[in-house]
Design a protein around this ligand. Structure first.
Ligand code: GLU
Length: 290
């Protein structure tokens, strides 16, 4: 059965913008008859278990419900290893010995897209690989050998969105699955076919959708929702004052989220009755604490 999800990284407490995105993810799923799932994306070293638990508690306090126990990415390393093995067996991976600096300084074709891997390690010979391995003295990352420069996804709010697909990393040099691989593998394993999240992740979606295709997974439909900004037009942050649920309280947070969407309801069931994806605001919400 199809599902939507919210997948926070437990690196900081959820702020009002993240909470609003979570509510929207829940509304998108429930209003389309999907299951709703919660996943804690805790693979990164900058994530903390206790923050993850607090995120789950905050979402519960808002009245959100999910249809299975929340999953934690750190609990199933085999899932990612199996996907890496499949890609590797299909000849779709290569070792990359580049540091960030190497990539920043690499020569590029004149019109190469910004932020795309320049392909330095893509076509090395076996002796060249052996030499680079010995020279760097650290385990290589694994990159996907892509056969396209762009890919198009469908987004409910942005329409067809075409973005860069480069030879992105699927497993980091330290052996940790890369974000793009982990979310794609988990979404498929959890039956997720609707991805609702902040629009800062819109540029990642073509890479993820392309990887899903390479792994034979179904394509998801996306909804990248506008972020919440502070009064200076910058991304909301802790220093902007009362931004977390501990500071605002669930009742006030729900009122603010609902008002930001032009609704009257003050609980999530009431918001579900008012929810219409076609009428969602396309501009960022400017948050004023208090
Ligand atoms: N865990 C990611 C983040 O909080 C989002 C994952 C996703 O929605 O695909 O930035």
């Amino acid at each position: 059965m199809s599902a939507g999800r919210f997948a926070p990284s437990p690196s900081a407490d959820l702020h009002i913008g993240n909470l609003r995105t979570a509510v929207l993810a829940w509304l998108f799923a429930r209003s389309s008859g999907r299951r709703f799932l919660l996943r804690v994306d805790d693979l990164d070293d900058r994530t903390f278990t206790e923050i993850g638990h607090r995120q789950v508690a905050d979402l519960t306090a808002l009245g959100l419900t999910w249809d299975a126990e929340p999953e934690w990415q750190s609990q199933h390393p085999d899932r990612y290893a199996a996907a890496v093995d499949r890609l590797s067996a299909a000849g779709l991976l290569y070792e990359c010995y580049c540091s960030r600096k190497d990539i920043a300084q690499a020569p590029r074709a004149p019109h190469a897209p910004q932020g795309a891997y320049p392909g330095t390690c893509r076509d090395l010979t076996e002796p060249e690989r052996a030499a680079r391995r010995a020279e760097t003295g650290r385990p290589p990352a694994l990159r996907l050998r892509t056969d396209t420069a762009t890919f198009t996804v469908h987004d409910v709010l942005h329409g067809d969105y075409t973005g860069i697909v480069d030879d992105f990393v699927v497993r980091r040099g330290d052996g940790v699955p890369a974000y793009n691989l982990a979310v794609v593998v988990d979404d498929a394993a959890q039956g997720v076919d609707q991805v609702v999240r902040g629009d800062d992740l819109l540029p990642s979606s073509p890479r993820q959708a392309y990887l899903a295709r390479m792994l034979g997974f179904p394509q998801s439909v996306y909804a990248h929702v506008a972020l919440v900004l502070n009064e200076d037009g910058a991304r909301l942050a802790k220093r902007d004052g009362a931004v977390t649920l501990a500071e605002i309280g669930p009742r006030r947070a729900l009122e603010q989220i609902s008002a930001s969407l032009g609704w009257r309801a003050t609980d999530v069931e009431g918001m579900l009755a008012e929810f219409d994806p076609a009428k969602l605001p396309r501009e960022p919400w400017i948050y004023r604490p208090g």
